[in-house]
Design a protein around this ligand. Sequence first.
Ligand code: ADP
Length: 485
Amino acid sequence: MTELKVLAVASEVAPLVKTGGLADVAGALPLALKAEGVATRTLVPGYPAVLAKLERAEIVHDFIELFGGPATLLAAEASGLDLFVLDAPHLYARPGGPYVDEEGKDYADNAFRFAALAKAGSAIGRGLLESFRPDILHAHDWQAGLAPAYLHYSGGPRPGALFTIHNIAFQGKFQKSILDDLGLPPHSFALEGVEYYGGVGFLKAGLQFADRITTVSPSYAVEITTAEFGMGLEGLLRARAGVLSGILNGVDENVWNPAADARIAAPFGASSLAARVKNKSALQRRLGLKEDERAFLIGAVSRLSWQKGLDLLLEDLSFFIERNAQLALLGAGDRELENAFAAAARVHAGRIGVQLGYDEDLAHLIQAGCDAFLVPSRFEPCGLTQLYALRYGAVPIVARVGGLRDTIIDANEMALAAGVATGFQFSPVTADALSFALRKAAGLFEGEAAWRVLQANGMKTDVSWRGPARKYAELYRSVIAEEPR
Ligand code: ADP
């Protein structure tokens, strides 16, 4: 098998910089692809947090002018990843996050900050560097969306282009007036170009010009071709359905391994599930919940936004009052939701425990200590937390959408009889259906033996990157086979 060279282009990569699941994928997939004969280099912006963590950085190219200032391209290593880092201080040397300033407002020049990333990516794709000529450019999400467009409009031989949608809600739509400054030709402002509802669409551009489009689960790949989930892009996605597919995300098994997790109170494995109870007690203490081994403890770790559906819990808290049930929630996001959960925790102290903010340690302890893990998303491209839950013997209760639908086997009668269920799915995504699922789960939890089967099945499930990496490698090779471009 000849080795394939892939240039990944991503605006975040774990563990260097992370705001969501995209970073986890960008950080883990390259490592898993090595076993498939694929060598990946990932191009990321030189945010201060990234520059600070580089090992063995070396300048490989100078851009005299890149959207308003000079920039340097570094080849570097960090955390086992081979990187290209675009060091462009005028674009990235800022306090605040990758996309927003310290007040939480989008940077006014985000279009150029990420056009620069895409431009550098397409230049490497076109052979800028003698030392690394990729066979494939793999662009992730809207921030990398212009890379396939730049490849298209610059002419000459190009690598294959893959585009992955992690979340279609973020589309990178900007005013038409910036077209020229982006270095795109006037004729690109067209339906079959980068035009998107009267503006320039970065995500749209990626979808338009990639040879293959993937998203992060087979079900989401179908859902986004419909008006309900496509968020305006369903027409284009229907037109390109022939090259659209879904590949699930995996889990970083080094980070999420209950048998060797330094962040939890007591490590455990499938054959030592009894030790889990120590984590349950530790979690109950940590969140001010009543220390009770028999309480049905439901965990959740999530951004607090409409997408994630946790507001459905607030509509009806009767379950937690009527049953011996508890909630352990770690989340951050919408101020209104944060306040509402904080208030619920005050009113129902001992039963509802809430920690607001971002906390990796607590995220692990919740997975290790809760009995069931809740993901009630209104839409969910893949979702990672339900996969961690499977690994940690926490039984997932999930909305029947997207990747949640594809990764959890619902405990319906047949699945229970066949001994294959791993959790609970509910639909539609409403407070009533959620409440019904919680009550059904509580019933099985009380049945102990049946619950242990659910836990054991979950812990046996392969949620590694091996399967997904094989699928990406196959897709890369199928694009290469289509030459010439
Ligand atoms: P999304 O990318 O839409 O937020 P995913 O389930 O794909 O959802 O990924 C979320 C990731 O962020 C998971 O690794 C999860 O553990 C983590 N996470 C979310 N909220 C928090 C939080 N408040 N504290 C710690 N980790 C969090």
